[in-house]
Design a binder for this molecule. Structure first.
Ligand SMILES: C[S@@+](CC[C@H](N)C(=O)[O-])C[C@H]1O[C@@H](n2cnc3c(N)ncnc32)[C@H](O)[C@@H]1O
Length: 267
């Protein structure tokens, strides 16, 4: 599973995930608060970019955050300790082989993980086994097909498509956001509800221009430059022009839109 993953574990990717998390906290987390005493499993916590918010927003909940990458967990532990949070327990574990008793969590939270998995329904199904009857799962994913912007640029769309294609070759799905409703239903969750969370950025919102358009989205596409060119799916000049055009949308008259999808289902 781990190898089917386009984004690296490198320092730059960690910073990008952190920028993304702080920019999107309100949009993605404002309606996620778990009651005191509840046991929450965060599956695929990475470097802890969402963990901090989860733990802060639900100070009485007991959060178990797992990831397959020990390197990421080291960083997640460090950040959580630095934030003075004591309600998170980190453990290295594979979603497909969890070391817990079934029916033991009240809630499960999964963010930006399914897009990297070749078997997302199986992952959801497995997670469901660890959820108590009536418990909830919350899943957040992006969808790179939802990016549109001004000024328009074919090259920018081609550069974005490189990430989609590379993720597909790594058995992931960069356009999984739109599929959350069918995926959760296929995995047997009940009362599935999905809410699109649109990020709209123009220059009247300088924090989003910097934190989202530049440091989150464009940085993510830029991150696949070498693999895209090396794999021959795009010419270097087209890719570089596409990136330049994405940065162009961050200028005074530019506009950038992207939609995340947040799904909640019950066991
Ligand atoms: C893009 S990161 C997202 C991290 C975090 N949820 C966030 O939103 O910042 C995806 C994470 O899923 C983890 N992952 C992938 N496959 C996994 C598996 N089978 N079991 C546990 N974690 C996995 C990766 O190691 C990576 O840290």
């Amino acid at each position: 599973m781990k190898k089917a993953y386009v984004h690296g574990y490198d320092h730059r990717e960690n910073i990008r995930l952190q920028d993304q998390a702080s920019t999107l906290v309100e949009l993605l987390h404002s309606d996620t608060k778990y009651p005191a005493g509840s046991r929450v499993l965060e599956a695929g916590c990475g470097v802890g970019a969402q963990t901090i918010t989860l733990a802060k927003n639900s100070p009485g909940a007991l959060i178990t955050s797992i990831d397959i990458s020990e390197t990421s967990l080291v960083e997640a532990r460090r950040k959580t300790a630095e934030a003075g949070l004591t309600n998170v327990y980190f453990e290295q574990a594979d979603i497909f082989n969890l070391p817990y008793v079934e029916d033991s969590f009240d809630h499960i939270f999964v963010c930006f993980v399914l897009e990297h998995l070749s078997r997302p329904v199986e992952a959801l199904n497995t997670l469901k086994d660890y959820l108590k009857e009536g418990g909830t799962i919350t899943v957040i994913e992006g969808d790179h097909g939802s990016a549109y912007f001004y000024p328009k640029s074919e090259d920018a769309h081609k550069a974005i498509q490189c990430l989609v294609e590379l993720q597909r070759r790594a058995c992931g799905n960069a356009m999984i956001g739109r599929e959350l409703y069918p995926l959760l239903n296929q995995a047997g969750f009940k009362s599935v509800r999905v809410s699109p969370r649109m990020v709209y950025v123009d220059s009247s919102k300088p924090q989003l221009v910097d934190g989202f358009t530049k440091k989150t989205f464009t940085a993510m596409i830029e991150g696949v430059r070498e693999s895209a060119i090396k794999s021959g799916i795009i010419e270097q000049s087209v890719f570089d022009q596409g990136i330049q055009d994405l940065y162009r949308t961050a200028e005074a008259d530019g506009v950038f839109c992207y939609t995340f999808f947040k799904a909640i289902g019950n066991k």
